[in-house]
Design a protein around this ligand. Structure first.
Ligand SMILES: C[S@@+](CC[C@H](N)C(=O)[O-])C[C@H]1O[C@@H](n2cnc3c(N)ncnc32)[C@H](O)[C@@H]1O
Length: 207
């Protein structure tokens, strides 16, 4: 149990921006929608626990999204690696880490969190679950209610697209949903400028 078991490094390129933001925001209550094998979760655990004790909630169906279905990814193996990786990250953490794993689809899981933890329960919410536009919009709206005023919401894969160039399906990509959400919540969310465009970083400014 000495090494992480990752088969991808989707998250690695985000680390310089995250390091900067985590040092500024120092989130203590963190919600991740979409954890896969825990690459981003382990970063969050190691980085954020360097400041103080943290509480991390991970929502994932561990059924995979359309891209995993297409590739035939064995999701039970992905979930096994998640369990291994986050246990290792917890053991390396500088301060206590409470880890809440919720194996459910994101919409009912967020509704459950709203009932059990209440509105504005989280300092940081990372939205990286389904990449289909209607799902991303639902995750964003629910996440908004779970995020405290002043808290940080991060969307992954703003520019992600499964189809080849010229054959894009706008309902099978996060961008239209993130654009719709940020437009409708423009008086309550502020984009943090100056960061690479592949992720969207936004602060909640009002309820
Ligand atoms: C891109 S991966 C997450 C990657 C992870 N954040 C990382 O950086 O390593 C997306 C994950 O979202 C999960 N997922 C897809 N649709 C979902 C849904 N509607 N509810 C919950 N989880 C979902 C998939 O099972 C998959 O593990």
């Amino acid at each position: 149990m000495t090494e992480y078991q990752f088969t991808n490094n989707w998250f690695g390129g985000n680390i310089p921006t995250w390091d900067y933001l985590m040092n500024q925001f120092k989130p203590a209550t963190i919600l991740e929608i979409g954890s896969f094998e825990g690459r981003s979760t382990c970063y969050i655990i190691e980085k954020c626990s360097s400041h103080h004790a943290i509480d991390v909630t991970c929502i994932d169906s561990w059924e995979g999204g359309v891209e995993e279905h297409q590739k035939g990814t064995a999701m039970s193996e992905i979930e096994r690696r998640f369990d291994h990786n986050v246990a290792l990250a917890q053991s390396r953490a500088k301060n206590p880490v409470t880890l809440n794993k919720i194996k459910m689809h994101s919409v009912p899981a967020c509704c459950r969190l709203m009932a059990t933890r209440g509105e504005q329960a989280f300092d940081l919410i990372y939205v990286d679950g389904s990449h289909q536009a209607p799902d991303v919009l639902a995750d964003a709206v629910l996440a908004f209610n779970l995020l405290r005023v002043g808290g940080l919401m991060i969307f992954d894969d703003y520019l992600w697209c499964m189809e080849a160039q010229g054959k894009e399906d706008p309902l099978n990509m996060p961008k239209p949903a993130i654009d719709a959400f940020m437009t409708l919540y423009a008086r309550k969310m502020k984009i943090i400028s100056g960061a690479p465009i592949y992720q969207i970083y936004a602060q909640k400014t009002g309820r």
